[in-house]
Design a protein around this ligand. Structure first.
Ligand code: SF4
Length: 286
């Protein structure tokens, strides 16, 4: 049984940057350091950070916990919350992904220039909640199925970084039919699109796909759904401990991919576990 590992499996640029920023805080400076919400959607990484003395905290816990430093996660936070925590004197380490920051800047720019901002994305996702805060009072969130109603004559579009390009194309065709002027910032991150493309190619070429990442990670779930839709036997796992030998019965090839918030050490453990069941590299060297 050959094991193929996706080249883009695991941390994207923004997540690696946030994790490096967090782990690089010297031990002696970690007293009272918290992440504002989980730094990434991966329970194993959050547990490891807790072991290192860095806990996630929610905004409504700030009064009941001894906090000195707050780390802002890759998804960013609403600007009002940023203003609140700065005015309260917390030290802020901003690990918002620069691509998310750019989307926030575009949302603000559009609102300042009189555009009604339409945000394509999951309204419950922290990144979108952050974008809304920059997008002015008449901003609208469109999550794919919601109908577009009552658009103003000038509309500006920004996109949650992990949305598929097809969703943006569909939205734009609807907006064009419903307004007079449209300005679009395509803020989709190429990392997500390339990971999906690579996963699709791999899934078409193997008997079993193992998708590694947090069950609460939207982009990992998106990878698993893509594989399932292609009809390949798919298993979405968080750790190697979940793997069952029977999954690979009569399989000639198994593909491993992972979401943007999955650390390398978990991918290595998954690869090792599948090797122990009888997997080999494509060139047969291990
Ligand atoms: S997927 Fe892209 S936008 Fe999102 S954190 Fe990673 S690099 Fe940044």
């Amino acid at each position: 049984m050959q094991i193929l590992i996706a080249k883009r499996a695991g941390f994207c640029f923004g997540v690696r940057r946030a994790i490096d920023i967090t782990f690089d805080i010297p031990q002696e400076d970690r007293e009272g350091v918290c992440t504002l919400g989980p730094i990434i959607h991966n329970p194993q990484v959050i547990r490891r950070l807790k072991d290192e003395g860095i806990e996630p905290i929610e905004a409504d816990e700030l009064d009941s916990r001894k906090v000195k430093t707050l780390i802002i996660r890759t998804h960013g936070i609403p600007c009002q919350l940023y203003d609140t925590i700065s005015s309260r004197g917390f030290r802020i380490i901003d690990a918002t992904c620069p691509f998310v920051k750019k989307a926030q800047d575009y949302a603000r720019l559009l609102a300042e220039n009189g555009y009604q901002v339409v945000i394509l994305g999951d309204r419950h996702h922290p990144e979108v909640k952050g974008l809304v805060s920059y997008a002015g009072p008449d901003a609208v969130v469109v999550d794919g199925d919601s109908p577009l109603e009552g658009l103003k004559p000038k509309v500006g579009v920004v996109v949650q970084t992990t949305q598929p390009i097809e969703a943006l194309k569909k939205l734009l065709s609807e907006i064009i039919a419903n307004t007079r002027e449209v300005k679009v910032y395509n803020t989709i991150c190429s990392s997500t699109a390339l990971r999906l493309k690579e996963t699709e190619e791999m899934a078409r070429n193997v008997d079993v796909m193992v998708v590694v990442g947090g069950k609460n990670s939207a982009n990992t779930t998106q990878l698993a759904k893509l594989c399932e839709a292609l009809g390949v036997r798919t298993h979405h796992i968080e750790t190697a401990g979940e793997i069952e030998d029977a999954w690979f019965a009569a399989a000639g090839k198994v593909g491993i991919t992972a979401g943007a918030s999955t650390p390398d050490w978990i991918i290595f453990e998954v690869e090792k576990r599948i090797k122990d069941i009888g997997g080999i590299s494509p060139d047969g060297k291990y």
